[in-house]
Ligand binder design. Structure first.
Ligand SMILES: Nc1ncnc2c1ncn2[C@@H]1O[C@H](COP(=O)(O)OP(=O)(O)OP(=O)(O)O)[C@@H](O)[C@H]1O
Ligand SMILES: [Mg+2]
Length: 233
């Protein structure tokens, strides 16, 4: 048994709400979201533009704080932490993958993947070894010295995935990771996520607009107007 009462939950939210105030107007970007995500799940999030998907990802990624409601990450209440404390939690527990890859353009694939380990204070030898292993796991062992512009979109996204999991986070959050990719690269990226999920037990949450991408995950949550309207296996 653990703190969550027997279920090993990575994410547990209760009535999570995010309200943006625009002058006189209030926008409820997230409107009372209660959800549980177990360790080792591979899950997708769908919903129309503006339904609150990115807002939800920013909250569970500890990039932002809710207006109200509770968020437990690995059983720990992180809803009211300071920005510094949130940064610490992010570095230790969460890897991010974005639609636009967000790699450093002047750094090689290897240097990009080493970066989280550099922040974590790992020694140069260890950084290099682990970054090489991560790049091998995404099939890019022959591209270590390439810079982002010397790689295809699909390869750049695989570097970004290696960077996201090199520090062995409990959770990887990916907001439209296949949005800029062709079908073949998109399939490769989803296959890598599935493999990381299966062999490393990393919990993975993917936001997507494409139902064939969502179909590759174990469960889909659908947002509408800041609420969850549907959960399908
Ligand atoms: N920083 C902000 N300030 C004010 N309103 C915001 C802010 N960020 C998001 N919103 C509003 O909150 C709602 C949810 O936005 P969000 O970005 O979460 O949608 P989304 O589901 O990710 O959409 P998309 O599919 O287009 O990425 C939208 O109505 C949006 O206009
Ligand atoms: Mg979004």
């Amino acid at each position: 048994m653990d703190a969550s009462g027997g279920h090993d939950l990575v994410i547990q939210t209760r009535d999570l709400t995010k309200i943006y105030r625009m002058g006189e107007v209030e926008v409820a970007a997230l409107n009372g979201v209660s959800v549980e995500i177990a360790r080792g799940e591979f899950l997708s999030i769908m919903g129309h533009s503006g339904s609150g998907k990115s807002t939800f990802m920013n909250l569970i990624g500890c990039l932002d704080r809710p207006t109200s409601g509770i968020y437990l990450l690995e059983g720990r209440d992180v809803s009211r932490l300071s920005s510094d404390q949130l940064a610490e939690v992010r570095n230790r527990s969460i890897g991010f993958v974005f639609q636009g890859f967000n790699l450093l353009p002047k750094q090689t694939a290897l240097q990009n993947v080493e970066l989280p380990l550099l922040y974590a204070g790992a020694a140069p030898e260890e950084r290099r070894r682990r970054a090489q292993e991560a790049l091998r796991a995404v099939g890019l062992e022959s591209r270590l010295a390439h810079r982002p512009r010397e790689m295809s979109g699909g390869q750049q996204q695989r570097v970004a995935i290696a960077r996201a999991f090199v520090s062995e986070p409990a959770l990887i959050l990916a907001d439209e990771p296949t949005g800029n990719l062709d079908t073949k690269s998109s399939d490769e990226v989803m296959e890598i996520f599935r493999e990381l999920n299966r062999t490393h037990g990393i919990t993975i949450v993917v936001v997507t607009h494409e139902s064939d991408v969502a179909a590759k995950t174990q469960r889909t949550i659908v947002f509408r107007d800041g609420r969850i309207v549907e959960t399908a296996a």
